[in-house]
Design a protein around this ligand. Structure first.
Ligand code: GDP
Length: 201
């Protein structure tokens, strides 16, 4: 259960992130995938993460302290077409530096829109995660936007692509920020990982 969630700091440089003394779970996805809404839903906040009116607005690594036990990290969305190449490269470097250097990162939650056919940019990103041994799970978002069978269909298609790339499907969750589907499952996953993290110290 999330008793409290507190904003800690925003950074562009992983080296300035809080000391890696707590297990960390980061959230990333294409702009507009529903990342801010999911973070707010998980933490029972209306506006812990800013729901973006303008895609690509969050360009920082945002740390939130959860229960004084673990960090939730809101990473900048990727794949926003309207940014210049220069900004894109800065983002990519910031994200890849963070992901490959953050020792306390337990899992990266990659958000994927449950309404869409598998998107090239998501598949490229998780391929990069695999190549760099970043532990990730998939969180499908906005499940309330269509019927269950349509959601299951696109989830299945995406997982098939994962099997094609990795030979196996990753752990995944189907969620909605609107009706809180998947909330308990995601939190249970994180809580178990947090317990394991402290047990292994
Ligand atoms: P971000 O850019 O990934 O942080 O996405 P936001 O959380 O700002 O959401 C983008 C848009 O999708 C907003 O208009 C949200 O209200 C909407 N949205 C996000 N999650 C859901 C969801 O689970 N269900 C529905 N129906 N709409 C959602």
């Amino acid at each position: 259960m999330i008793k409290y969630a507190k904003f800690v700091i925003s950074n562009t440089d992983y080296k300035k992130c809080p000391a890696p003394t707590k297990p960390e779970f980061a959230f990333i996805g294409r702009s507009n995938v529903g990342k801010s809404s999911l973070i707010n839903m998980l933490t029972n906040h209306k506006s812990l993460a800013k729901i973006s009116g303008r895609p690509g607005k969050t360009q920082l690594i945002n740390h939130f302290d959860i229960n004084d036990k673990w960090y939730m990290v809101d990473l900048p969305g990727y794949g926003f077409a309207k940014v210049s190449k220069g900004i894109k490269n800065t983002w990519e470097k910031m994200i890849s530096d963070y992901l490959t250097n953050r020792d306390n990162l337990v899992a990266l939650c990659v958000l994927v829109d449950s309404r869409l056919e598998p998107q090239k940019i998501d598949l490229e990103f998780i391929t990069w995660c695999g190549q760099n041994e970043i532990p990730f799970v998939i969180i499908f978002t906005k499940s309330d936007k269509q019927g269950k069978s349509k959601t299951n269909q696109s989830v299945h298609k995406f997982l098939e692509e994962c099997v094609r790339i990795f030979g196996e499907a990753p752990q995944y969750f189907i969620t909605s920020a609107q009706n809180a589907e998947g909330k308990e499952d995601v939190l249970e996953f994180i809580e178990n990982e947090v317990t394991e993290y402290y047990d292994s110290l």
